[in-house]
Design a binder for this molecule. Sequence first.
Ligand SMILES: [Zn+2]
Length: 250
Amino acid sequence: MKPVLSLVLTLFLLFSSNISFGQTVNNELKITQITGDFYVYTTYKMFGTKKQDANAMYVVTPEGVILFDSPWDTFPFQSLLDTIEAKHHKKIILAVATHSHEDRTSGLDFYKQLGIKTYTTKQTDEISIEYERPRAEFLIEKDTVFNVGDFKFETYYAGEGHTKDNIVIWFEKQKILYGGCLVKSIDAKDLEYVGEANVTEWPNTIKRVQTKFNKPKFIITGHHDWKSIYSLKHTLNLLRANEKKNKYKK
Ligand SMILES: [Zn+2]
């Protein structure tokens, strides 16, 4: 082969393999049953060379599916709806985002167009306006109890942590705590992205969650492995380690 042609071919192969690699990651969707009608769905996005996962949750009720948080903005939203509909023969009727970051809110505009009822807190909405992030149609001003087709859950704002506006979701009957990014996975080695965090208040916020929701059977974290029930404690340990590290820095 002529050197120029082989170079062109190599470049083409490199280029096309990169594209297909990106598409695979962006389209990847993992659905895992938590228990009964509760599922975690995970999507992936490349940040530089690092593949980052994001966990969200959905619940299949007789009236339709409730979605807690969005896939990454690189994931094709329609494909999530199609997969859930094909798997459970139910439509998504309600979507709640637990703070304003892209791994929580990115699907809101898309859902709204389809007539899915979208919710965030007013506090999240204020941040979304400021940073021009997707916004929900309906706003909740304080902790709210939702009843959807035999399922009851409450939203709880325990204070600042990963972000100013992070809320958690609690299913009392099933003892399922959806912690989102406020709660760090047992696999997390540090607090990860803290650009909008309040690390001073975060421990108090975690303690409020622990006090309010007694003995959760499942705690769903925003990233990484969510199968441990020690993730609230682990979050406190990471916060303590972080505080120590900062003290030595000073
Ligand atoms: Zn997150």
